[in-house]
Design a protein around this ligand. Structure first.
Ligand SMILES: [Zn+2]
Length: 333
C-alpha cells in the first residue's frame, strides 16, 4: 500500500512527501492521533520511501522493488518495529534497538525504528531513548506513535517532529467505505459518522455483528411502521417499541442509531433540494417531508433526555414509537 492509499491525512502526506523528495527527513517524528487513523500505515510508507530503490524524483515508494517488498513483509533488515511487551515497552527492548541504531544500514539508506505506543515506554526506556535522540546517529530515523501524547516523556516529545493525524472528512470516508467494503451509500455514511471519521474504527464497526444486527432491527422497525397505517397500527407500534427497547449491546444505544438515521434522512431530504426552511416556517403540504423528519428527530432527542433522567424505559419507547409512526414514511434507510 502506497502513501496515496492512506485515507485522508493530506497534510501529513504532503509534509512527509516533501521531506522525502528534498531529502530532509528528520531523525525523529512523533505521530499523534487516535488508533485507526493510519499512523502505522504512514510509518510503513515512510520507511519504504526512504529506502526504496526505484523511487526516482517522487515521494511515493515504488511498492515493487525488493526493499519495498521486504518492508511490507516485515523482514527488511533496516526497518524495526517495537511494540509494547505486555503493558509496557521495556528497557531491554529499547537497548536492543539502540545497539543497531549506531550501525550503518545493511541494505537501504536509513535505519528506521518505529516505536508503536510511545506512551507505553517505561521511564527507564524513555530516558534511554532520549539519550540517543539528543545526538541521533546519522542513518537512524525514529518514528514514535501514540494516541496519548500527554503520557509521553515531555523531553522525548521535544526531540521529535510532531505530526498530527486528524479525523477524515466524513464524505471522503463514506466514499471510501462504499468502494472498499461494497457498502450501500446509507450504510457507508452511517459508519463514517458513528466512527467520527476514523477509518479503522469504521471498518471495525462495519464488521461488527452487533451493529449489523442493530441496523437490521431499525430498518425492519421502519418497514413495519410504514406498513402500520391501518386499524392494527397501534398494536404494531407497541410490538416495534418492545423489540427496540429490548435491544441491548454494550456501548450502543439503539436511540443513538435511530437519531442518526433521522438526521441523515433529514440531510438527504434537504439536499434533494426543494429549499424548505425547516424549523423556521411550517412547510406547506407538498413539502412536509423534512418537517416531519425534524419532528421525529425532536421526539428521539426528547426520549434520549428522558432515558438519561431514568424514566421508565418501556414507557419512553412506547411513547416515542407512536410519535414516530407519522414520520416513518420519510426515512430513507
Ligand atoms: Zn521500492
Amino acid at each position: 500500500m502506497a502513501f496515496g492509499e492512506v485515507i485522508g491525512q493530506e497534510v501529513v502526506k504532503e509534509a512527509l512527501g516533501r521531506a522525502v523528495t528534498v531529502g530532509r527527513v528528520c531523525h525523529a517524528y512523533l505521530f499523534v492521533g487516535p488508533r485507526g487513523l493510519g499512523k502505522s500505515s504512514v510509518a510503513r510508507n515512510l520507511a519504504k520511501a526512504v529506502n526504496c530503490r526505484e523511487r526516482g524524483d517522487g515521494w511515493e515508494p515504488c511498492d515493487v522493488c525488493p526493499s519495498c517488498r521486504q518492508v511490507d513483509a516485515g523482514n527488511h533488515p533496516d526497518v524495526r518495529w517495537v511494540e509494547p511487551d505486555g503493558a509496557s515497552i521495556k528497557i531491554g527492548q529499547v537497548r536492543n534497538l539502540l545497539r543497531d541504531a549506531a550501525l550503518k544500514p545493511f541494505a537501504g539508506a536509513r535505519r528506521v525504528f518505529v516505536i508503536s505506543g510511545a506512551d507505553k515506554l517505561t521511564a527507564e526506556a524513555a530516558n534511554s531513548l532520549l539519550k540517543v535522540l539528543e545526538e541521533p546517529p546519522t542513518f537512524a530515523l525514529f518514528v514514535l506513535t501514540t494516541a496519548f501524547p500527554d503520557a509521553v516523556l515531555p523531553t522525548l516529545v521535544s526531540r521529535c517532529q510532531w505530526v498530527a493525524f486528524r479525523p477524515v472528512g466524513q464524505e471522503v470516508l463514506a466514499a471510501h467505505l462504499e468502494r472498499e467494503l461494497g457498502l450501500d451509500p446509507a450504510g457507508a455514511r452511517l459508519f463514517a459518522t458513528l466512527s467520527r471519521g476514523n477509518p479503522g474504527l469504521a471498518r471495525e464497526m462495519a464488521g461488527s455483528a452487533a451493529l449489523a444486527q442493530a441496523v437490521g432491527l431499525v430498518r425492519e422497525a421502519m418497514e413495519r411502521l410504514r406498513a402500520s397505517d391501518g386499524p392494527g397500527g397501534a398494536l404494531v407500534a407497541f410490538e416495534v417499541a418492545q423489540d427496540l427497547e429490548a435491544f441491548k449491546v454494550d456501548g450502543l444505544e439503539i436511540l443513538d442509531l435511530l437519531a442518526w438515521i433521522y438526521r441523515d434522512s433529514l440531510v438527504q431530504a434537504l439536499e434533494a433540494g426543494d429549499g424548505v426552511r425547516v424549523g423556521i416556517v411550517e412547510a406547506p403540504e407538498s413539502r412536509q417531508h423534512p418537517a416531519r423528519l425534524l419532528a421525529g428527530l425532536r421526539h428521539i432527542e426528547e426520549a434520549r433526555r428522558r432515558l438519561r433522567a431514568h424514566a421508565n424505559r418501556r414507557l419512553v419507547f412506547d411513547v416515542l414509537i407512536h410519535k414516530l409512526r407519522t414520520a416513518a414514511d420519510e426515512v430513507i434507510f
